[in-house]
Design a binder for this molecule. Structure first.
Ligand code: NAG
Ligand code: NAG
Ligand code: NAG
Ligand code: NAG
Ligand code: NAG
Ligand code: NAG
Ligand code: NAG
Length: 466
């Protein structure tokens, strides 16, 4: 049978495997599970395959139910050794063997496990005790895979942009001095020797949102027609922030003597919602970023970056679902391509085969691309667990000075029986005092920001003013 180009693309995996490239350029998805309302593994696998049309998935553990649900699906899978085990595995080959023996080997090869990541963003942790155990742990799991005859699995680890001391201009890219010689050098040697990848988490959203005056939003969204950045060191011309970030890592590797290690985009994405004090987290920007990044990363022939034109950048978008139990600012809980009920937050096709114009339905116009100016309060979130409010209120009231004076019996904001109003007052009061010092309006998901003044009668709620 004569094969057309399209057939070659569709059936490219086994054919290319003969030539030594065991991956196609299709975009995968990160399957995070920090939600208490997420679909079952079986349904999730159907959504990944049929709704998102993804051929790869990355897990943050080696969840056996998920690995079972992925059996015989042809989806290529990345599993992860939990951060908590890195120190123990680094000094204990028996433990590495038994971890692989019970978490990987039983599912292989029926589940197409192809990547084993030792830990998640270990070098971003403030606690440096694990940093120097990372590479020894990677070596031990590699040996363990061989002992269990799991031969097709590459070993890596995910790293965030904060492994760099310098990233601008890209040619100045260099690793942080506290990890450069002791961690990055041996890691790059390991990755090079085992022909693995540098698994990088890249979020143009973060540099843009922390400096939206200097960085053009369209440049961060791959939408800029007229903004370019020329690297004075190399003359390379950048048309988007993503390429700039990836190339900074490529130059840092080059500086340590490893110019050829392939980069894998382990996470990228854009939040579809966030808190009132966050900027640019909306469905319009998220759809624009993710559709554009899929278009770029699935293009054939591959586009690459200015430093590596034509190189394939395999990737995983973050994330499958909005995850309601992720701590931190609101954006953290809104990176999903899907809502927990399985419907699209916005239509997207990770196979890259849907042309832009075929996405149905318009996108809501962005309303928060400029920083919000005005007052914000921190109140009890809708659906918050009532039984947990009391201790959160006590915590908020025990911080700072006079945080909860007005909700004492007899005072203006005391309302007998209305725990929700008192807790809202306490959260607003706490946050108004502590936001500048890094305090957040979260309280384990019990609290949320609002721009609607919750004050009533003579009870005035303290506010954060931006
Ligand atoms: C190494 O790991 C094995 C398997 O978990 C355990 O039985 C053994 O006690 C560990 N050895 C040390 C020295 O911790
Ligand atoms: C690890 O962190 C501790 C505490 O912050 C610091 O004193 C020490 O110098 C760090 N070690 C290295 C190798 O960076
Ligand atoms: C990296 O691997 C390549 C191919 O195996 C090898 O030729 C090269 O010498 C290695 N680089 C270093 C710095 O070890
Ligand atoms: C690029 O074009 C936009 C829209 O026409 C304009 O607002 C912006 O100032 C231009 N930026 C530069 C750097 O020319
Ligand atoms: C799924 O959840 C989203 C967000 O809560 C909601 O807007 C949408 O209507 C739901 N879809 C279905 C089919 O229930
Ligand atoms: C609500 O909070 C209470 C007290 O913290 C806890 O015991 C309970 O499990 C929570 N319920 C839910 C559904 O999370
Ligand atoms: C509370 O007030 C005392 C005395 O005025 C002051 O020293 C302290 O720093 C205040 N604490 C906070 C958290 O504002």
């Amino acid at each position: 049978m004569q094969m057309g180009l399209l057939d070659l693309l569709v059936f490219s995996v086994p054919l290319l495997a003969l030539c030594g490239a065991e991956f196609s350029s299709k975009v995968g998805v990160n399957y995070g599970q920090l939600g208490n309302n997420l679909p079952s593994p079986a349904r999730s696998v159907r959504l990944i395959k049929h709704r998102l049309k993804a051929q790869r998935v990355k897990l943050y553990d080696a969840n056996p139910s998920i690995l079972r649900a992925l059996k015989h699906t042809d989806i290529r899978v990345s599993v992860m050794v939990p951060n908590e085990l890195i120190n123990a595995i680094a000094v204990n080959q028996t433990l590495a063997d038994s971890w692989v023996g019970s978490n990987v080997a039983p599912f292989y090869p029926a589940t197409k496990i192809r990547y084993l990541l030792a830990g998640n963003e270990i070098l971003s942790s403030a606690d440096n005790t694990t940093w120097f155990n990372l590479v020894p742990a990677m070596r031990k799991v590699k040996i363990a895979l061989k002992r269990h005859r799991v031969l097709k699995v590459k070993v890596g680890t995910t790293l965030a942009m904060d492994v760099l001391a310098s990233s601008y201009p890209p040619s100045s890219g260099s690793f942080r001095p506290d990890v450069s010689d002791r961690v990055m050098k041996p890691m790059l040697q390991f990755l090079n020797r085992t022909k693995s990848f540098f698994f990088l988490d890249v979020y143009p959203y973060f540099p843009w949102s922390s400096d939206p005056k200097t960085i053009d939003l369209d440049y961060a969204l791959f939408e800029s027609k007229n903004v370019t950045v020329t690297d004075p060191g190399t003359g390379l011309v950048y048309t988007n922030l993503f390429d700039q970030m990836v190339d900074a890592v490529i130059f840092a590797m080059k500086k340590l003597g490893y110019p050829d290690i392939r980069v894998w985009i382990a996470e990228t994405g854009w939040p579809n919602a966030g808190d009132c004090d966050q900027i640019g987290a909306n469905i319009y920007n998220a759809a624009t970023y993710n559709r554009n990044v899929v278009k770029k990363l699935s293009a054939r022939p591959a586009i690459g970056t200015p430093a590596r034109p034509g190189w394939v950048l395999p990737s995983f978008i973050f994330a499958l679902y909005n995850e309601n139990q992720k701590p931190g600012p609101g954006t953290e809980r809104h990176f999903g391509l899907l809502y927990p009920n399985g419907s699209f937050v916005y239509e997207i096709d990770l196979s890259g085969e849907t042309p832009e114009r075929e996405y149905r339905g318009g996108l809501p116009a962005p309303t928060n691309n400029e920083p919000y100016k005005g007052k914000i309060w921190c109140v009890v979130a809708r659906g918050a667990n009532r039984s947990a409010l009391g201790s959160a209120l006590s915590y908020a009231c025990s911080q700072g000075n006079g945080t909860c004076g007005p909700i004492q019996p007899g005072k203006a904001c005391y309302r007998r029986g209305s725990l929700v109003r008192r807790a809202s007052y306490a959260f607003s009061s706490y946050w108004a005092q502590f936001r500048k010092a890094g305090g957040s309006c979260y309280f384990d998901g019990l609290a949320t920001q609002t721009i609607k003044d919750p004050s009533y009668g003579s009870c005035k709620f303290p506010a954060v003013t931006l």
